[in-house]
Design a protein around this ligand. Structure first.
Ligand code: PLP
Ligand code: ZN
Length: 370
C-alpha cells in the first residue's frame, strides 16, 4: 500500500485521507513501488493504463477516456530530426489529462463528492473533464483575466467557475481556503497528478523499444510534465527497463524565468523575480511550488534550463503550423527551446520533445498572429 511522504520532514501520512500538505507545511510525494510486466503491457490496449501495475489505482477504480499512448512522430526542428510526442491529442486538448485521470480516479475511489482546483487553463480543463466523467462536482478558481476559450471549456464540462481578481497567486490563495471543505485536486500539490504524468516517460521508452532518449526537452512552469517524466524514467531505470537516464532540458519563457535564473546562479530554489507578459501563458509561473525538485532533477541528469524569447516562440509556432501542427503558444515555447538545444547538441543525440497543448484552445491569441 502506498503512503504520502513529506519532502521536508519525512513524516508519512495515509494516502486515503485527503490532505494537501504535511503539518509542517512541506509538500507531499507518494511512496509507491511500481511493477512492470513487459509482455502483459504489450498485449494491452494502447492507453496509458496499459502500465497498470505501475499506477497506484486499482483497475476497477479508474476514471478514463482510454487516454494516452500518443504518437511519437519525427519532425524537422532546427534542421534535424526530433521525435515529438503528440500530447495535444488528449480528450481535453493537453497532456494534463494524464495527471487528471489518475488524480480524479484516486478522488473517486476515496468517495470524494466535490473537488476544487486553481488553474488559469489546461489543468482546470482536464480536472473539469474528468470530474464530469466521474460524476464529481467541481469548482475551478481562475484569475479574472484567464483566456475565454479555456473558461468556456471548463464551464461547459459543468464545473463552477470562481473568478479571483488579481494574479495567478491570488487564485491559489483563494483555493487553499476552499480546500478546507472540498478535495483539493491540485496539479501542483497532489502527488497523484505526477503519478499520471509519469506515464509520458513509460510511453516514450516503450515507443523507442525500451530505451531512454539522450535528451528530453520539456516545459518548466510548475513542472507537471518535467517532474512526471523524471519520476517515470527514474522508475524505469531502477527497474532495469532502460539503461540510462535522459538529460532533462527544461524550457521557460524569458519573460517569466525564475528557474532559469536560479539554475544559472547555482541556487537551490527560486527567488522573487520581476516578470513580463508572455505568449507562453501556460508556463508563466513566477513562484513554482516544486521549484527545488525541478532544479535538483535537471542538475542530476546533467541537463539545463533554457529561457526563450517571445520572437522565437512566435517563429516556432508559425514554423510548426506550416508543417501541419496546430499547437498552443505555450507549446511553441518548448519547440523554440528544442531548436536552440538541437543547434548545439552532438549530431547523434537522440532528442525527444512534446507538443503539449492543442492550438484550438488558443484561437483568440493565435488569430492575432495571422
Ligand atoms: C501545463 C502546460 C505546460 C507546462 O506545465 P507546467 O506544469 O506548468 O510545467 C506546457 N504546455 C501546456 C500546453 C500546458 O498546458
Ligand atoms: Zn513535514
Amino acid at each position: 500500500m502506498e503512503t504520502l511522504v513529506c519532502i521536508d520532514c519525512g513524516k508519512t501520512h495515509s494516502a486515503d485521507v485527503p490532505i494537501v500538505a504535511c503539518d509542517c507545511g512541506g509538500l507531499l510525494d507518494l511512496d509507491f513501488t511500481p511493477a512492470f510486466d513487459r509482455d502483459a503491457i504489450a498485449s494491452r490496449k494502447p492507453t496509458m493504463w496499459r502500465y497498470r501495475e505501475a499506477l497506484p489505482i486499482p483497475e476497477s477504480a479508474k476514471v478514463s477516456f482510454d487516454e494516452g499512448f500518443t504518437p511519437l512522430l519525427p519532425v524537422k526542428i532546427g534542421g534535424r530530426e526530433v521525435l515529438v510526442k503528440q500530447e495535444q491529442l488528449f480528450q481535453s486538448g493537453s497532456y494534463k489529462d494524464r495527471g487528471a485521470s489518475v488524480m480524479i480516479s484516486k478522488a473517486a475511489s476515496m468517495g470524494v463528492k466535490s473537488v476544487v482546483e486553481d488553474s488559469s487553463g489546461n489543468a482546470g480543463c482536464a480536472v473539469a473533464a474528468y470530474c464530469a466523467r466521474a460524476g464529481i462536482s467541481c469548482r475551478i478558481f481562475v484569475p479574472a483575466d484567464a483566456s475565454v476559450g479555456k473558461l468556456a471549456q471548463i464551464a461547459l464540462y459543468g464545473a463552477a467557475l470562481t473568478k479571483v481578481p488579481g494574479s495567478r497567486e491570488a487564485a491559489a490563495a483563494a483555493v487553499l481556503d476552499a480546500a478546507k471543505e472540498a478535495f483539493y485536486a491540485s496539479h501542483c500539490y497532489n502527488p497523484y497528478f505526477f503519478q499520471g504524468t509519469k506515464t509520458f516517460a513509460y510511453e516514450v521508452a516503450e515507443q523507442l523499444g525500451w530505451l531512454a532518449p539522450d535528451a528530453l526537452v520539456l516545459p518548466a512552469g510548475n513542472g507537471t510534465l518535467l517532474l512526471g517524466a523524471h519520476l517515470g524514467f527514474t522508475e524505469l531505470f531502477r527497474a532495469g527497463l532502460v539503461a540510462s537516464m535522459p538529460r532533462l532540458i527544461a524550457v521557460q519563457a524569458a519573460n517569466c524565468a525564475p528557474l532559469a535564473e536560479a539554475f544559472a546562479s547555482g541556487a537551490a530554489d527560486v527567488r522573487e523575480i520581476s516578470t513580463k507578459p508572455t505568449l507562453a501563458e501556460g508556463i508563466a509561473i513566477a513562484a513554482p511550488v516544486r521549484a527545488r525538485q525541478m532544479l535538483k532533477a535537471v542538475r542530476e541528469t546533467g541537463g539545463e534550463f533554457l529561457a526563450v524569447a517571445e520572437a522565437d516562440i512566435k517563429t516556432s509556432l508559425l514554423a510548426m503550423a506550416r508543417k501541419g501542427f496546430y499547437i498552443e503558444p505555450t507549446s511553441a515555447a518548448v519547440i523554440a527551446g528544442t531548436e536552440r538545444f538541437a543547434a548545439k547538441a552532438a549530431p547523434e543525440t537522440r532528442i525527444v520533445t512534446a507538443f503539449t497543448g492543442h492550438g484550438l484552445k488558443a484561437t483568440e491569441k493565435l488569430s492575432t498572429l495571422v
